[in-house]
Design a protein around this ligand. Structure first.
Ligand code: FMN
Length: 221
């Protein structure tokens, strides 16, 4: 698959089939992840892959904890977003809502509950950042994108998840993850339920000229 095709056509999946993913496929995806560049080649990551009952137990604990605490997610991590980002966040919600409705979902907190249950994906990949590396978490983003694109290349679908990080300690305690490893992201991975209307949603991007400055260019060539 052409790299630009993969970049353009990858998208977040929020409904997965109850179909297992082979360990061989996951290993290929993780080989792409560990091929990512990192500052001074420190490779400050570990990838923990969870499936089956262990994954289901985590989902149960997360949903219970959310119900108990009532903690919800806000895109500004608790801080009020400025106008520009409030608008982008609201626009995302407004545009995905019709698809949620079409899927027959009437839970107003579906994004929260869906994220905490990994949208039914059979496998999750925990991206763990080693704080002892004293490096930058940007490295984790590069590994994350390699996971998303290589999965797409193999016909697998993904949802990168930040929301479950609000219960990072719960997840770390459950899996006995060492303190030095911080949870950067969780990728839900599996086969997309292509019939589900929620997966027909395609997010938009702001136009290039809104986010770009060309400096020192004399001609448009
Ligand atoms: C770091 C990160 C965290 C994310 N966390 C969540 C999440 O918790 N729940 C969710 O439904 N989507 C989550 N997403 C998916 C984004 O909403 C999605 O990438 C964005 O809307 C753009 O859509 P696309 O991935 O289909 O291009 C996350 C994406 C990233 C990169």
């Amino acid at each position: 698959m052409d790299v630009m095709d993969a970049i353009k056509n990858r998208k977040t999946t929020r409904a997965f089939l109850n179909k297992p993913v082979s360990k061989k496929d996951i290993i290929e995806v993780l080989n792409a992840a560990r091929s990512a560049p990192s500052g001074s080649n420190l490779q400050p990551w570990e990838f923990w892959v969870v499936t089956g009952k262990e994954k289901d137990d985590i989902v149960e604990k997360l949903l219970k904890e959310q119900e108990k605490t009532g903690i919800t997610y806000s895109p500004g991590k608790g801080r009020t977003l400025n106008e520009r980002y409030t608008e982008r966040s609201n626009s995302f919600v407004m545009k995905i809502l019709p698809y949620i409705k079409k899927a027959g979902i009437d839970d107003p907190n579906w994004i929260i509950h869906g994220s905490l249950s990994f949208y039914g994906a059979p496998v999750i990949i925990l991206l763990l950042f080693d704080e002892e590396s004293n490096s930058n978490e940007i490295n984790m983003g590069l590994a994350l994108q390699n996971i998303l694109l290589s999965a797409h290349n193999k016909g697998l679908s993904t949802c990168p998840l930040g929301l479950p990080l609000i219960f990072e300690d719960l997840i770390k305690n459950h899996l006995k993850i060492p303190k030095r490893l911080r949870l950067s992201n969780i990728v839900a991975i599996g086969y997309a339920d292509t019939e589900n209307p929620i997966n027909k949603f395609k997010s938009e991007r702001v136009p290039l000229d809104e986010i770009t400055k060309f400096i020192g260019f004399v001609e448009d060539f």
